[in-house]
Design a protein around this ligand. Structure first.
Ligand SMILES: Cc1cc2nc3c(=O)[nH]c(=O)nc-3n(C[C@H](O)[C@H](O)[C@H](O)COP(=O)(O)OP(=O)(O)OC[C@H]3O[C@@H](n4cnc5c(N)ncnc54)[C@H](O)[C@@H]3O)c2cc1C
Length: 483
């Protein structure tokens, strides 16, 4: 039988990877994902262990007859599809063995990291320094770059703001650097925009290339870090959101302000008991500044009469069983020491076992204007989904700035046929009702990639496709969730 294009490409891949047959998996048994999206057919998995191998691997697949490539960093995109591609029949290129911190400058505040560098790896490397990583609330074993490439959100800010440079292998195998890169001994200030059209974000939420490294900024570590926890009931939600917006706009909040509703707090491992909401407000700076901010914020909270509980982390550290508050408090300081406890509460398994054995988990991630009226209206949409499906989605309000809320809607379910069907029905309804209300998702899961066509301006879509045709005329990279 003549050799197929795939077989020839895989033989070449094995040669590039030093003849190590374990790094080229073919055929690939169907794999599960924690969200129970239908498993994609995957003709092969390729696992390079050095960034320099990636251009040759891409060239091995750069003909019209070979299947396209789908890159993942650590593949822990739980809730949105994990390591699955948007469609069937893409060869997965797994980059978790590219795990070097290539360069680290705690004076200027940047690190050059490869896709397999995890939050835990980088945050530990910064222990005891004056810099910290903007960590997400996901596992310490998830990728810093993978999350930033999907435009994830950390506890300090959206990860896109941390990204200043990317090293990318284009579909013809050429390796390019976009954005800012260190220049040897010369100390240049990290600036993602450089000169001319900014190319950096051509490669986030994108299938224009495969990223082999990136430069991320490291935030100055506050000399003192404190968290205020404010409890309140649903009747006061609207007024509280408006009050906290004022705090945010006036500089009282340092980082992403988070509000967990009862369902989401329970899902992530904290029993709010009184059936209420809990807001976490991060305060940071010199000790004198944080003391002053604490005084102002506590006084404002008490004066407002909106809060049933006001606790400050230095006086009342979270209880041992308050997983959410512990994760949030340490996360604001760039630490992931408690993150695996929260993952275990959410899906019942350690990172390595989440997709095979974890409890079902879905995310829907819309942006909502930061006003009490809009946040209340958005939560009402969750009530409607609950009434229609009997699935109660959890909500975490993440204030990215004084105007924008990233509303993290999570659905926890048992991976039985019945509960899976209801959870996915609820997810479909969320897409419909939220977009009808103008609350548009900023990240998509693997089954809702088609929504890009519905949500993006047609002229922008057309421009993106023209660029793709120029950069990848042979469709070496698989269609993604966003294109
Ligand atoms: C309990 C829990 C809490 C969570 N909390 C958060 C949170 O606070 N914030 C948040 O954002 N998410 C959160 N998540 C979701 C998710 O786990 C994280 O976003 C995680 O970082 C994504 O997985 P990853 O880092 O392995 O990225 P990957 O899965 O490797 O990558 C994500 C996507 O980016 C693209 N990509 C990755 N690498 C490359 C590359 N080298 N070249 C080109 N494209 C690439 C691909 O499209 C890929 O599908 C949470 C999940 C759970 C279960």
């Amino acid at each position: 039988m003549p050799e197929t294009a795939l077989q020839a490409a895989l033989k070449e891949a094995e040669r590039i990877l030093g003849g190590d047959a374990d790094r080229v998996v073919h055929p690939v048994p169907p794999g599960a994902n924690v969200s129970m999206f239908r498993p994609r057919r995957v003709p092969a998995v390729v696992r390079p262990f050095h960034a320099a191998q990636v251009p040759a691997l891409v060239r091995a697949f750069a003909c019209d007859e070979t299947p396209p490539l789908h890159a993942v960093s650590t593949g822990r995109n739980w809730g949105l599809g994990s390591r699955e591609a948007a469609g069937h029949d893409a060869v997965r290129i797994e980059l978790d063995d590219l795990d070097r911190i290539r360069d680290l400058d705690t004076e200027q505040g940047w690190a050059v990291v490869e896709p397999g560098v995890t939050q835990q790896h980088l945050s530990r490397a910064l222990d005891g320094t004056r810099r910290m990583l903007n960590v997400t609330a996901s596992s310490g074993h998830s990728s810093v770059l993978g999350n930033a490439l999907d435009r994830g959100v950390g506890l300090r800010r959206q990860r896109t703001e941390d990204l200043v440079g990317l090293e990318v292998v284009l579909p013809d195998g050429e390796q390019v650097r976009v954005g800012w890169w260190p220049r040897g001994e010369a100390r240049t200030a990290p600036n993602p925009y450089g000169l001319g059209p900014s190319l950096l974000h051509l490669f986030t939420q994108s299938n224009y290339g495969i990223v082999t490294a990136g430069v991320v900024r490291l935030l100055p570590r506050p000399e003192t870090q404190r968290v205020l926890r404010l409890g309140f009931g649903r009747d006061d939600l609207s007024a509280v959101v408006d009050e906290l917006r004022r705090w945010h706009a006036q500089g009282l909040v340092h980082g992403v302000l988070k509000i967990y509703d009862t369902t989401s707090a329970t899902s992530y491992g904290t029993d709010t008991g009184r059936g209420g909401f809990l807001a976490h407000v991060s305060l940071g700076g010199t000790t004198a500044v944080v003391d002053a901010l604490t005084e102002v914020a506590v006084e404002a909270a008490l004066e407002s009469g909106l809060f049933s509980d006001v606790a400050r982390s230095d006086k009342e550290p979270p209880a041992d069983d308050d997983v959410v508050s512990r994760v949030v408090e340490h996360g604001y300081s760039g630490s992931v020491v408690h993150h695996e406890e929260m993952l275990r509460s959410a899906v019942g398994r350690h990172a390595a076992r989440v997709d095979d054995e974890g409890g079902g988990w879905l995310f829907f991630l819309p942006l909502v204007p930061f006003t009490g009226e809009h946040v209340t209206a958005a939560l009402r949409l969750l009530d409607e989904v609950h009434a229609a499906t009997d699935v109660r989605p959890g909500a975490t309000v993440n204030a990215l700035d004084p105007d924008v809320i990233d509303l993290v809607v999570s659905i926890r379910f048992a991976r039985t046929d019945d509960e899976t069907a209801r959870a996915h029905d609820a997810l479909d309804r969320l897409y419909e009702s939220f977009t009808a209300a103008g609350y548009l998702p900023y990240r998509l899961d693997v089954d809702h990639g088609g929504w890009t066509d519905r949500l993006v301006d047609p002229s922008a879509l057309a421009l993106g496709r023209r660029l793709r045709q120029v950069i990848d005329p042979h469709h070496v990279i698989a269609p993604g969730r966003y294109a």
